[in-house]
Structures are given as C-alpha cells and as structure tokens.
Design a protein around this ligand. Sequence first.
Ligand code: FES
Length: 124
Amino acid sequence: MIDSAICLGAIEVTAWTLGIPSSEVYGAATSYSELRIERSDARVIRVCTGLSCIANGADDIVVALESATGSRAHAESNDAAVALETSACGHLCALAPAIHVDGRWQGRAAPESAAAIVAQAGAR
Ligand code: FES
C-alpha cells in the first residue's frame, strides 16, 4: 500500500463544514506523521521513537534501515523508492520496538531484520 495524501480541496471542505479557518485544518493534518499533504510514490517505513521503542533499541533500527535504504530518516528530498521516517508511539508498546511498513504496524523489530523489512516494503 502506498500512503495516500490529503488533497487541499478536502482541507477547504473540512474547514468550511466545521466553520473554522483552513489553516487550522491544515495545522491539524500536518501534525500527524501518518498523514501527508504531498503525495509520494515511495513506500514508507516508519520506526516508532516513543519511549518504549527507544528503550528497546529503536535508534539501532533507524541506523540499520538508513544503511539498508541508503537514505536518512526524514531526508528533505528523498527520491528513494523507500522513505524512512520516525514516528511517535504506534500503540504497540508491549511489542517494542515497533515499525510501520506500508500501513501496518509490526512489533519486535530488530536491526538484523532491516534488509528483510526494506525488501518487504519494496516487494508490493
Ligand atoms: S513507544 Fe513505540 S509503540 Fe509505543
């Protein structure tokens, strides 16, 4: 699954319906890492960097995925087929560290699985 984007028209309609400025809707929409304003064809891998995941090695997973994808998390211009991002708590804390690949959260991620995770994201 490729993450979809919220079109600016939907923001305008939502603002009109709620009777609030479109800037407020835009601000809310852009405060969640799972939501996008600009469409991207890249497969998205998110690593949760919430407290449980950081305590269980999320930083090592980010480093391993950066190495496996050849790109840095949250790179400004990421032309890679796989976009690497970090995210707030994915509500899978009991299975930390957690990752989000093509719209699905997975627990008990490991740096040793980075290549397989990237292959999984690119295989669809
Ligand atoms: S802190 Fe990572 S899932 Fe909650």
